[in-house]
Design a protein around this ligand. Structure first.
Ligand code: AMP
Length: 296
């Protein structure tokens, strides 16, 4: 029993969306995979703060964005709590599509946002962004939102969605929201539940390392970026993290930066036990290293 009006049927969702549009209601949309935490709730709160009339949260663990050896089966599913949390944060509709209706047996279509999907997470997770682009195209067509809310924790995902919306002229405004963190700096993530009690305090090392990298790059902007990044890697490896990537890239295109000469994202992904953690910091040459990092 959920505590919010809930739609699972796809045609019903789309008809409801058309009805909202006909009534002149502005629809905010927060797509999630559930196991909601304060990060997700902050996106719902932003939709409320933006003055949308309707706040739709979808919970759907989308199989097409998981690779064959990834954690689709293990992904945490906490629907009852999610519904209560979403409602408290201001959501007024839940959308819970099923695999059978989203991807019937005769499903054939792919959605590929080419270049921006390739680096960083795209290297070790080649299925991921094509799956994300596909499911979001479908969800946008079903919910017909005016605005859709995404966390900058998944910075590459923000860029992929923005490119998708531009390229396909989708009538939705993408709103970036800041990363919500634990007190020690660890970015909230549904996958943090994979961390053991021993691993959990170690996990904040990713954020600390990115902050240290930011300081180094801002204080020594002419230093060789590759050297700076190499110098950071032991900080992660020494606490048992296996690095997937640790890179400085252009903030707009994600092209590699050999010198820190323009707005950039310092992005990292590491494996710690069963968990894969990602985080990033945005930084611009000339920024005060003592100031807190820019959030969006
Ligand atoms: P997910 O359920 O992991 O697919 O995430 C759904 C949305 O919540 C995505 O837009 C994420 O970027 C966003 N999100 C996840 N973690 C956080 C966080 N710690 N702070 C802000 N937004 C987040």
């Amino acid at each position: 029993m959920t505590t919010l009006p809930t739609i699972s049927d796809l045609p019903t969702m789309q008809q409801q969306a058309f009805a909202w549009r006909a009534e002149g209601k502005r629809v905010g949309f927060i797509p999630t995979m559930g196991a909601l935490h304060r990060g997700h709730l902050s996106l719902i709160e932003q939709s409320v703060a933006d003055g949308n009339d309707i706040h739709v949260v979808s919970i759907y663990v989308n199989p097409t964005q998981f690779g064959p050896r990834e954690d689709l089966a293990a992904y945490p599913r906490t629907l009852e709590t999610d519904a209560a949390l979403a409602k408290d944060a201001g959501a007024n509709h839940l959308f819970l599509p099923s695999d059978a209706t989203m991807y019937p047996d005769d499903f054939q279509t792919e959605v590929l946002v080419r270049d921006i999907s390739k680096p960083l997470c795209g290297v070790s997770r080649p299925h991921h962004f094509p799956g994300v682009a596909l499911v979001l195209t479908k969800l946008f067509n079903l919910v017909l939102p005016h605005r859709a809310y995404f966390g900058v924790k998944d910075f590459q995902q923000c860029l992929v969605v923005e490119q998708l919306v531009r390229d396909l002229n989708l009538p939705v405004e993408v709103v970036r929201c800041p990363t919500v963190r634990e007190d020690d700096g660890l970015a909230l993530s549904s996958r943090n539940s994979y961390l053991t009690p021993k691993e959990r305090p170690v996990a904040s090392r990713l954020r600390e390392t990115l902050l240290e990298g930011r300081r180094g790059l801002l204080e020594h902007p002419t230093a060789n970026v590759r050297d700076t990044l190499s110098g950071l890697r032991p900080k992660l490896e020494d606490v048992g993290m296996r690095i997937d990537y640790l890179e400085l890239r252009r903030e707009d295109t994600l092209e590699t930066l050999n010198e820190f000469s323009q707005p950039a994202v310092l992005a990292g992904a590491v494996f710690l036990g069963e968990a894969r953690l990602i985080d990033n910091i945005l930084l611009t040459p000339g920024e005060d290293p003592a100031s807190p990092p820019r959030e969006v």
